[in-house]
Design a protein around this ligand. Structure first.
Ligand SMILES: Cc1cc2nc3c(=O)[nH]c(=O)nc-3n(C[C@H](O)[C@H](O)[C@H](O)COP(=O)(O)OP(=O)(O)OC[C@H]3O[C@@H](n4cnc5c(N)ncnc54)[C@H](O)[C@@H]3O)c2cc1C
Ligand code: FES
Ligand code: FES
Length: 492
């Protein structure tokens, strides 16, 4: 399946975006596209207008105010995960982001898109709710703030009105004296949506007793759930085993899990208790580490390499602002160092553009919803899923595909040589995508990645043939990783 035709609009300002989102033909904002484009591809959504927010200036900042981390709606998830400001002011954010999809999807997926998408298993909506955060909203009626507890109203549903868009997410900082937050989740595999998740925030008094606690759980209802009863029963108590045990029992009693194919309701209920305990203990450890300390001075955030500007990895220069409509338009792109020009309808996926319009069939297509990784290419240096981008979005950008890895004289790239030497491929269907993700890691600089990072990268790539061990060995060698300890029988 491919997206149905739509009118494509590239607003130059928030006001223009709001105007385009206010039209009557079921318009949808396009942020990172990591949820919307799969829905377009599967025709679970067929909006009349797609409003591409990727060209809007000033929406990708990660800034600190006195008590709040203000994250622009278009800040990439990867940028927040790597942000030193987030690590210092609100460490539960990088902690939860490591569970959001895969590195490649986080390169492109945005913080505002994740919150607006309101997936009940989404990590960022859960953390925003647990922290008692807010979103900044722009709409036809002006600007307003919406608290997270008023935002999530049902499955993939928010209280945003037609024409409204999220412009920033406001996460209360947790680095004050005696404050800590923790996150815990269980998923089938690294990068999968959670079977259940929990986030806890505690504030401890000088004597170590709980002055305030908020506990929220994800993936067990049609939206992330705050469990106020659990917070109340902890008030005034030390966060010891007895108190955590009481919180676990209360949490299990407070939920009525919907269950899923992988996790029947009774199992989910059990897991909720386990995760609430883990999140509370983590929050308690962090809070104890800061009891009695003064709040750190507020500093401006350094620009983040992924977040900054249109030329940053993961972003593309997008078409010039203005309405593009649904007719084919000229796309000029540098592919593997060569200028290429072709026409593409706005609904044309980048994967199809590369394969069928530019004849680069090394980019493979498997699932077309971001899961298998076969279509991974590099966009301005960052690995992205080409099945989750529109070809028109790469106008003016640099794209690298597997065809560009080898030297012009045919000598293989060290990653290709290592895969060959270690028999890291059989049918080879997954191999181009793995190579392009690994190429991003290879060019990252700094110390070689450890084997955990390599396995985490491979979790975003499905290989049906080789069982991963040979691939891990090849990447360990090619990326200069110290040792290839092999945990018997495990996948990535
Ligand atoms: C393989 C895979 C695994 C994933 N795993 C996880 C996971 O484990 N946890 C998780 O949380 N997510 C996961 N995701 C989803 C991912 O995090 C998405 O990036 C996120 O849900 C949506 O963000 P986006 O920027 O890509 O938004 P888009 O896909 O562009 O948009 C999503 C929705 O939000 C709307 N929207 C976007 N931005 C705004 C805005 N500023 N204002 C108003 N509405 C807006 C869009 O119209 C659309 O309806 C996964 C995705 C993939 C492909
Ligand atoms: S992830 Fe793009 S085709 Fe599977
Ligand atoms: S080598 Fe066949 S799918 Fe990976």
């Amino acid at each position: 399946m491919k997206p149905a035709p739509f009118r494509y609009v590239v607003p130059a300002s928030v006001d223009e975006a709001v105007a385009a989102l206010g039209t009557g033909d079921d318009p949808r904002a396009l942020a990172g596209g990591q949820s919307l484009v799969p829905m377009l591809n599967l025709r679970l959504a067929a909006p009349g207008t797609v409003v591409d927010l990727n060209r809007l200036p000033g929406l990708d900042g990660i800034e600190e105010e006195d008590e709040v981390l203000v994250v622009g709606a278009m800040a990439r998830q990867r940028a927040l995960e790597r942000s030193s400001v987030a690590a210092r002011r609100c460490p539960v954010l990088p902690e939860c982001l490591a569970h959001v999809g895969h590195t490649v999807t986080r390169n492109r997926g945005t913080v505002g898109g994740s919150v607006a998408h309101a997936d009940p298993a989404g990590e960022l909506p859960l953390v925003l709710l647990a922290l008692d955060g807010e979103v900044e909203v722009a709409g036809p009626g002006g600007r307003r703030l919406v608290r997270a507890r008023d935002l999530f109203t049902g499955f993939l549903t928010t209280s945003l009105e037609p024409g409204e868009m999220v412009t920033a997410c406001r996460f209360p900082a947790t680095d004050g004296p005696g404050v800590g937050a923790g996150f815990a989740e269980l998923a089938m595999r690294s990068g999968d949506f959670a079977l259940a998740s929990a986030c806890a925030v505690v504030r401890l008094g000088e004597g170590g007793q709980v002055d305030g606690a908020r506990v929220a759980v994800g993936a067990v209802a049609d939206r992330p759930l705050l469990l106020p009863g659990v917070g109340h029963l902890l008030a005034g108590r030390k966060l010891d085993d007895e108190a955590v045990g009481a919180a676990v029992r209360a949490a299990r009693e407070s939920v009525d899990p919907v269950g899923s194919l992988q996790a029947p309701p009774a199992y989910q209920r059990h897991v909720v208790g386990v995760l609430v305990a883990r999140a509370l203990r983590r929050a308690g450890e962090r809070a104890l580490g800061t009891v009695g300390r003064q709040p750190p001075p507020v500093r401006r955030s350094a620009p983040c390499p992924v977040a900054s500007g249109q030329t940053a990895p993961g972003s593309a220069k997008s078409p010039a602002p203005g309405e593009v409509g649904s007719a084919p338009r000229r796309v000029v792109v540098e592919v593997n160092g060569r200028r290429r020009v072709a026409a593409a309808e706005p609904r044309r996926l980048l994967s199809d553009f590369l394969r069928h319009d530019l004849g680069l069939r090394g980019t493979h297509v498997g699932c077309e919803h971001g899961v298998c990784g076969a279509c991974t290419v590099r966009l301005n240096g960052a690995a992205v899923r080409s099945c989750l981008m529109l070809a028109v979005q790469v106008d003016g950008a640099r794209v690298d595909t597997v065809e560009g890895l080898a030297e012009p004289d045919g000598r293989l790239h060290p990653l290709q040589e290592a895969l060959h030497r270690h028999h890291g491929l059989q049918c080879g269907f997954c191999t181009p995508g793995i190579l392009m993700s690994a190429a991003e890691l290879a060019s990252a600089g700094g110390p070689p990645p450890d084997e955990r990072e390599i396995r985490s990268l491979l979790a975003g790539h499905l290989c049906r043939c080789t069982g991963y061990h040979a691939i891990v060995d090849a990447l360990v060698e090619a990326l200069g990783t110290a040792s290839a300890g092999r945990p018997g029988g495990q996948g990535p």
